[in-house]
Design a protein around this ligand. Structure first.
Ligand SMILES: *Cc1c(COP(=O)(O)O)cnc(C)c1O
Length: 386
């Protein structure tokens, strides 16, 4: 068997073609494909506005700035995420407060968040960053209610969940990142995510003011609207009004993202098929302590199982060229976050999850034969060691 990773991109001849066309055009960066990609992505997600940026981490940083995180501001997030979800708070000098996960969903436990809020003076916490971990959508309607009670914003990290959704109280589908419940949502186009642009990110929102602020922050803090300039010198004039960054995406990356976006639904469908096969294969297995399962609206960026003897299994799989992975090492246990007082035992559900979790190969081009080989290899490991 050739190497089977836990996730991988799928680049077609058409993808290559559109990138080549941009390379031959007049625009390499911030050209017409950026706006096309933004508009198509916003439409796909069901949000009003989208801002393309250089990567998901830049999307988080700009969101944190637009939401006005200031030194000392406390923001709540989950430890079971990629560290970037928390780091954006630190970029602005804020304080990250972790709250534990719900072991049934692996998502930020709203009851843990509520407990934090109830035990502090109102105004202590400024915002919440829920993560649609593995592709499973948070119930943002619930988080919105809670956030409104305490005057907080919500920044949804939807990197794992383009095309994911939850069902609201009215029985309506609410897409991850659609801007109905969260002020801002962010996505990544890293090759391992659903839509690959090499590097790339997107911020979606329904808030026009935040949208305009993000456009300015993306490009050095330079005012885009000539009518809003303080001074007018002439046709050459540009005006920097605040401290921004260069977080632009290139036009050839946008073209690649746009081309990939056209196949997003096909990819999602295939991910759901793969999930259903894993779910069925491990349903009766006693070595499985938990799994992502078949959940409506799950976008299946990852298919997670919780197993006994995870280290033994992961090493055995590697010998067979299967590169399952662990997502994630709880962020609060990183040496960087330990310096702020976080320690083992602070997040018991997250830490228990981390002991057992394993992300199995999950990507649209994973073949049925490869998936069967993965399943058979896992089962054979436990049969052998019984
Ligand atoms: C990938 C990822 C990011 C960061 O995105 P990059 O494009 O790699 O910067 C942030 N949060 C989560 C949950 C991610 O999976």
């Amino acid at each position: 068997m050739k190497k089977i990773p836990y996730g991988r991109q799928n680049i077609t001849d058409e993808d290559i073609q559109v990138v080549v066309e941009v390379l031959k055009s007049d625009w390499l960066t911030q050209g017409p494909d950026i706006k096309k990609f933004e508009d198509s992505f916003a439409e796909y997600i069901g949000a009003k506005y989208a801002v393309a940026v250089s990567n998901g981490t830049a999307a988080l940083h700009l969101s944190a700035l637009a939401l006005n995180i200031k030194p000392g501001d406390k923001v709540i997030t989950t430890p079971i995420t990629f560290v970037a979800s928390a780091n954006c708070v630190k970029y602005c000098g804020g304080e990250v407060v972790f709250a534990d996960i719900d072991p049934a969903t692996y998502l930020l436990d709203i009851n843990k968040v509520r407990a934090l809020l109830e035990n502090a003076p109102k105004g202590t916490y400024k915002g919440i960053i829920p993560v649609d971990f593995a592709g499973r959508a948070n119930d943002l309607e619930e988080f919105r209610k809670l956030a409104d009670e305490y005057g907080m914003w919500i920044l949804e990290d939807a990197c794992h969940a383009p095309g994911g959704y939850f069902i609201d109280k009215e029985g309506e589908k609410q897409n991850c990142g659609n801007g109905k419940f969260a002020e801002l949502a962010i996505f990544s186009f890293h090759p391992v995510k659903h839509i690959a642009a090499g590097e790339g990110g997107m911020i979606t929102t329904n808030d026009e003011e935040l949208y305009k602020e993000l456009l300015i922050l993306r490009s050095h803090g330079i005012q885009q609207d000539p009518d809003k300039r303080v001074y007018q010198h002439g046709v050459w004039y540009y005006e920097m009004q605040e401290l921004g960054y260069n977080y632009r995406l290139t036009d050839f990356q946008a073209a690649l993202g746009l081309s990939q976006l056209k196949r997003a639904d096909d990819g999602l469908k295939r991910r759901k098929e793969i999930a259903a096969i894993y779910q069925k294969a491990f349903k009766e297995s006693t070595f499985i302590k938990g799994q992502s399962g078949v959940v409506e609206g799950h976008a299946y960026h990852l298919y997670v199982v919780e197993v006994e003897d995870r280290t033994g299994l992961i090493n055995f799989l590697r010998e067979q060229n299967i590169f399952a992975q662990v997502h994630y090492i709880p962020a609060h246990l990183m040496p960087y976050y330990r310096q702020f007082g976080w320690k083992d035992g602070d997040m018991p559900q997250s830490e228990n999850y981390y002991k057992h979790c394993l992300s199995l190969p999950m990507y649209p081009t994973l073949t049925s034969e490869e998936q069967k080989f993965v399943i058979d290899t896992i089962i054979s490991y436990y049969e052998k060691n019984q």
